[in-house]
Write a protein that binds this ligand. Structure first.
Ligand SMILES: Cc1cc2nc3c(=O)[nH]c(=O)nc-3n(C[C@H](O)[C@H](O)[C@H](O)COP(=O)(O)OP(=O)(O)OC[C@H]3O[C@@H](n4cnc5c(N)ncnc54)[C@H](O)[C@@H]3O)c2cc1C
Length: 288
């Protein structure tokens, strides 16, 4: 049943500093409301227990995509539509653009934000595996100042993350990388569009002189958090690709992940698909 709307409050601060001041005064009272595409689903279902929201949608400090020599920095309010149409993101971070293209439908892509996807912390979200594979950093801001953390350290358990209630996610920073990288992103769902992932696989790799010089692999929907698969990366790094390495990497991945069993899919299916995608990624890397 839909929630009783008059029992909710939505306040729109005019500036970031006003928003941070309000969060600092009583940080358990207010929660951020960005695009609202996750929050409104809960509201409609009568399952949104928290009542007081700060509308951050109009804060310019949380918007915009900045490009420097070293980084591309996306304001937390960057929408999926903005991601897909940004030329440098399309050229250098194609997996993020693909994740954006495969997230919801056009209405969700126009309104849903990258920051909301991260902080909502669903293990089945589609952008986090790409962000982990790109070794993203997060910029968190509070009245006391700002701090940066590597994204792979952000999620600590189901819906648990390294963010205080008086903080906002301000930006997501992507280190720019050499353009010979292989980018490999697959979202596996029940159907091609408007599906929640059963498995989401993102990986980048770089071959030098016939060996894997660098590799980063991340998966969604296979653990309580979006997971960077470090053991699997270690099994592959500095190796020549041959059948034994493929087996070693698949063994490492099977050890490293513990796929969930839920109404969308079984544990066995998720494991099998993850291993097949890993092999497909390694084959693609080797073809480069
Ligand atoms: C029909 C439909 C289809 C969808 N399909 C997909 C899909 O295919 N893949 C996918 O990954 N997701 C999907 N989603 C989920 C959703 O659209 C995304 O997670 C979206 O990115 C959330 O962003 P938002 O700005 O709307 O977040 P909101 O709903 O505004 O907020 C979500 C959470 O993040 C917090 N928050 C938001 N921004 C900040 C910030 N800057 N700082 C601190 N906290 C913040 C809020 O307090 C809230 O807890 C779908 C949703 C719907 C309704």
């Amino acid at each position: 049943m839909r929630a009783y709307i008059p029992s909710y409050r939505l306040f729109s601060p005019a500036t970031l500093s006003e928003a941070l001041g309000i969060l600092a005064q009583d940080n358990s009272f207010w929660r951020p409301f960005a695009g609202g595409t996750d929050l409104m689903v809960l509201l409609e279902a009568g399952k949104l227990p928290h009542k007081n929201y700060l509308n951050i949608w109009n804060l310019p400090e949380l918007r915009g995509i900045e490009v420097t020599d070293a980084y591309v920095s996306l304001g937390a309010l960057t929408t999926y539509t903005e991601i897909q149409s940004h030329e440098i993101l399309r050229a250098e971070f194609p997996m993020l653009c693909q994740a954006a293209k495969e997230t919801g439908g056009i209405a969700i892509q126009n309104r849903g934000t990258l920051g909301g996807n991260i902080v909502n912390a669903s293990p089945a979200a589609d952008s986090p595996p790409a962000l982990l594979a790109y070794d993203a950093e997060l910029e968190l801001v509070s009245k006391d100042g700002d701090r940066q953390i590597p994204y792979f350290k952000f999620h600590s358990g189901y819906k648990q993350m390294d963010m205080r209630p008086d903080e906002l996610l301000r930006a997501i920073r992507l280190p720019r990388a050499p353009n010979q990288l292989t980018h490999y992103y697959r979202k596996v769902g029940t159907r091609k569009a408007q599906a929640i992932s059963k498995v989401c696989f993102a990986a980048v790799g770089l071959m030098t002189d016939g060996k894997i010089e660098s590799v980063r692999i991340a998966l969604g929907s296979i653990a309580p958090i979006p997971l960077r698969c470090v053991q699997t990366e270690n099994a592959l790094r500095h190796q020549t690709i041959d059948p034994e390495i493929v087996v070693a990497a698949k063994t490492a991945l099977a050890d490293e992940i513990s796929p969930i069993h839920d109404l969308r899919s079984t544990r066995d299916y998720r494991l099998r698909v993850s291993l097949n995608l890993l092999e497909d990624f390694i084959n693609e890397l080797s073809a480069r």
